[in-house]
Design a binder for this molecule. Structure first.
Ligand code: HEC
Length: 145
């Protein structure tokens, strides 16, 4: 037979205040991370002029037929723009590399045996179309700025 305890222990007001403070700080940190607002200035471009020039050649030879010479895509054919006007800059570098090597739903595997250097060059060229803000946001998702 157990007796009811006379008093239940309640969290003290100071504990409650501390806990809500922690929750608010965590929520703010998550928000700042999602909105990409906290990472400070980024220095870029980190690609060399040579990489970009190489990338231009690869792009114009392998990608421009579909995505357009200026990366504007072809909305009637359902081919997305790679410039900053659509969604391309929401992909980390690894996804762009996977698109090139493995293809997508509609996109063929254009460069199944492209070297890392070739992938990096063409990616560097595409990023020339993005604004500094888009580049910074993409870098936070997992890209070279
Ligand atoms: C035969 C046409 C074709 C060629 C050539 C092509 N693509 Fe694509 N690409 C597409 C289509 C269609 C999509 C839409 C997504 C899908 O198919 O999964 C796409 C999607 C993409 C995406 C994702 C864009 C987004 O907004 O999500 C990237 C990045 C991309 N292509 C890069 C390239 C690069 C770099 C090359 C050249 C190495 C290339 N593509 C060559 C047709 C092509």
């Amino acid at each position: 037979m157990s007796r009811k305890p006379k008093q239940r222990r309640r969290p003290r007001p100071s504990t409650i205040a501390l806990a809500s403070g922690v929750v608010i700080v965590v929520m703010f940190a998550v928000y700042a991370r999602l909105s990409g607002g906290d990472a400070g200035p980024l220095t870029y471009p980190t690609y060399t002029a040579e990489q970009i020039a190489q990338g231009e050649q690869y792009y114009q030879a392998n990608c421009a037929t579909c995505h357009g010479a200026t990366g504007a895509g072809n909305s009637r054919a359902g081919i997305p723009a790679l410039d900053g006007s659509m969604h391309a800059w929401h992909h980390p570098d690894s996804q762009i590399a996977a698109m090139i090597r493995q293809g997508g739903f509609m996109m063929p595997a254009v460069g199944p045996d492209w070297s890392d250097e070739q992938i990096t060059a063409v990616t560097a060229y595409i990023k020339e179309w993005w604004t500094p803000q888009q580049r910074a946001a993409q870098a936070r998702l997992g890209g070279t700025p």
